[in-house]
Structures are given as structure tokens and as C-alpha cells.
Design a protein around this ligand. Structure first.
Ligand code: COA
Length: 349
């Protein structure tokens, strides 16, 4: 057998890679909240700035409008995070002093340090022994943070974790690039996660694939390998990201169902990251899901990255589209590249 034949034989025999699975017993979501900034920007508004149209944007993405922070009104990623978190706490019926963990998923925090989570400690009056940190897994960030918080809850004295997704993407967008500036919006969503002996397990799967070409957003003084400054705004290879998203979204969704031993028909709602309605449509088709249980809200939010999953979850709860207690699958994917899914119970307070 030649070396090449041997390699091919080995490749064919290689086992399918098994995803890592996380399972945290006894946790559930007991409150949700969200906050969208005041400024609504329609597709027609953007057509005044770049060569685009409502028809192109809505048919290619499902987006009709998005919200941007109004800095003159004092709106920012932090104020959105604070408002969403307050609403989630209020909905949960719990108080700030019961929170032991505060995680904020974001790739557009106002500062590298202090973290938004740390500033929330002050804004919400959380106890000083609250474990506060930001999580950067871009659009998969909220689902990552939910799993991290659930895992930490097993070991903290306080029974509650506050998990927030908050973004101010309008700060990193290039408003001369029609292929990116029409896609994103600002917003925040939050969930209160509770440890309770009678709660079911939270099951999660995740993945990452280092790639700074498909999707890139600047950090403080970002430079490339030659030491040259990198663009101060978000850049993206839209087609590459579309291919990646339609690969990983159905994959991580079916993996989490399999890991939990749950049939898709027993899930009340699928809350998918809202990047593009066409991406969700492809995943729904590949998975053979009922589209009514996967409906999104991208038409009025655009892609709010780490905030999109908790904003959609909160809208479903507040409009009564999700009747609690409910079994919910959430999945996110995005820059990094990263992806993650989880199955969790969402209960009323
Ligand atoms: N308005 C009008 N035309 C536009 C446009 C806009 N806003 N943006 C791009 N175009 C043009 C392109 O220049 C191109 O023109 P050409 O054919 O003359 O070169 C044409 O539309 C098609 O571009 P293409 O990039 O192939 O479009 P698409 O169908 O792939 O849709 C995206 C573009 C960005 C909507 C799509 O690729 C996408 O959603 N990708 C994933 C992005 C994403 O979700 N990112 C975040 C992940 S968390």
C-alpha cells in the first residue's frame, strides 16, 4: 500500500469527531429582560447614505429596521446592559443582593477595562463579592456565558447568576461599506439563571475555529502581523460567514438535542442568533423543524450579536409567544469563529 493510500485509508477510518458536551444539573432561567436604544434606522434611511435599497436588504437578510444608541441621550452599551439586567431581575422577582455572578457577553464594551460586568456591579448595586466578568465570544457570546454561569453556579454560595448580552455595534461599523453597515444594530438582553434542586439540567455544546479574515472587529490599537494598523471598523467576508453559519447552526443544534437525549418535537422554542433570516431558514430546513417554533425578530433589530438571543427570548416571553415553563434551545454563531448551543428550561418567577 502506498503512503497516499495508507493516508486515505486512515482518513476514511477516522472516527467522527465527538463534540464536547456540558451538562449542569439543576439550573433554569427565571427572568428575562431586554433594552433597545431609542433611535430607529430604517433601510430607507441607510439608502440615503450608501448605494442600497429596502428591497435588497429585506430580501437578502429579512431586516427592515434596526436601533442605534443615541449618544446625545446618554445611551451606550452599558446603559442598555443595565436596563436589560434590571428588567430581568424584576421579572424574576429576585433582588440584586441574591446575585453571585454577573457575566456580560459583548465584543463592543465601552472600555477594555473596567469590564461592563464590573460597571454593572455599581449600576445595579450588586454585592462586592459578586463574580463579574465580560465574555467575548462575539455572536455566540450569550450562549457561552450562559453555560459558564451555570457551571460557576454549582460552586458559588449565592443561587443566582445574571447573564447579559449587550452590544453597541454602531460604534464599529463602516458607514461607507454597504455590505456590512446594513446588517447590524445595537441592543441588550439579559437572563437570570437560578440554581434549584428541582430544575432540569442545562445541556450545552460549543466550538471555535480561529479566523480573523471572515469577520474582524478592532480592539485597542489593533495591528496586523506586519505591525500595520488594522481597520478601525468591522470587516467581513459575507459569503464565507454565510457558509460557516449554515454549517454550524444546524450542526450544533442537532448536537445539543442528541446530547440531551431530547427530540426536536419536545422543544417548545428554538431561539437562534438573528444574523440573517436566510441563515435561520437554511438551518430550519436542514433540521426539519417547524418554522413557527423558530420565528425570529431580525426585521426590527438587525444583527445585535451577543444581544440577539436574549433579546429574542425576552420578546417571546413578554408577548406570550413562549408559555413558561418551557424547554428552549438557544444557538449562536459568529466571529472568532465561534458557535454554541444550549438546552435550558425557561420558567416564570
Ligand atoms: N445593497 C445593495 N447591494 C449590495 C449590498 C447592499 N447593502 N451589499 C452587497 N451588495 C451587492 C454586492 O456588491 C454584490 O454586487 P455584485 O454582484 O455586483 O458584485 C451583490 O450585492 C451580491 O453580493 P453578495 O455578497 O454575493 O450577496 P449575498 O447574497 O451573499 O448577501 C450578505 C450578502 C452579507 C447579506 C450575506 O452574505 C450574509 O448574510 N452573510 C452572513 C453575514 C453575517 O451574518 N454576519 C454576521 C455573522 S454573526
Amino acid at each position: 500500500m502506498s503512503a497516499t493510500e495508507a493516508m486515505n485509508t486512515n482518513a476514511a477510518a477516522a472516527p467522527e469527531s465527538t463534540p464536547q458536551v456540558g451538562r449542569v444539573p439543576g439550573v433554569r432561567i427565571v427572568g428575562t429582560g431586554s433594552a433597545l436604544p431609542s433611535r430607529t434606522v430604517t433601510n430607507d434611511d441607510l439608502a440615503q447614505i450608501v448605494d442600497t435599497s429596502d428591497e435588497w436588504i429585506s430580501t437578502r437578510t429579512g431586516i427592515r429596521s434596526r436601533r442605534y444608541c443615541d449618544r446625545e441621550q446618554g445611551e451606550s452599551e452599558l446603559t442598555l446592559a443595565r436596563d436589560a439586567a434590571r428588567r430581568a431581575l424584576e421579572a424574576s422577582g429576585h433582588t440584586a443582593d441574591e446575585v453571585g455572578i454577573c457575566l456580560v457577553a459583548s465584543f463592543t464594551p465601552a472600555a477594555a477595562t473596567p469590564s461592563t460586568a464590573c460597571l454593572l456591579q455599581r449600576e445595579l448595586g450588586l454585592a462586592e463579592d459578586t463574580l463579574c466578568l465580560d465574555v467575548n465570544a462575539a455572536c455566540a457570546g450569550f450562549v457561552y456565558a450562559l453555560y459558564v454561569a451555570a457551571s460557576l453556579l454549582e460552586h458559588t454560595p449565592q443561587p443566582l447568576a445574571l447573564v447579559v448580552g449587550a452590544e453597541e455595534l454602531s460604534r464599529v461599523m463602516d458607514f461607507s461599506d454597504r455590505s456590512t453597515c446594513v446588517l447590524f444594530g445595537d441592543g441588550a438582553g439579559a437572563a437570570v439563571l437560578e440554581r434549584a434542586a428541582d430544575a432540569p439540567a442545562l445541556t450545552a455544546t460549543w466550538g471555535s475555529r480561529g479566523n480573523d479574515e471572515a469577520l474582524f472587529a478592532p480592539g485597542v490599537g489593533s495591528v496586523d502581523e506586519a505591525g500595520e494598523p488594522r481597520p478601525s471598523y468591522l470587516t467581513m467576508d459575507g459569503r464565507a460567514v454565510f457558509r460557516f453559519a449554515t454549517e454550524v447552526l444546524p450542526k450544533c443544534t442537532s448536537e445539543v438535542l442528541q446530547a440531551a437525549g431530547v427530540d426536536a418535537s419536545d422543544v417548545d422554542r428554538f431561539v437562534f442568533h438573528q444574523a440573517n433570516k436566510r441563515i435561520v431558514d437554511v438551518a430550519v430546513r436542514k433540521l426539519g423543524l417547524d418554522p413557527a417554533r423558530c420565528a425570529g425578530n431580525i426585521d426590527h433589530t438587525g444583527n445585535t450579536s451577543a444581544a440577539s438571543v436574549p433579546i429574542l427570548l425576552d420578546e417571546l416571553v413578554r408577548t406570550g409567544a413562549l408559555v413558561t415553563p418551557a424547554r428552549v434551545v438557544m444557538a449562536g454563531f459568529g466571529a472568532g469563529l465561534t458557535w454554541a448551543s444550549c438546552l435550558v428550561e425557561v420558567a416564570s418567577s
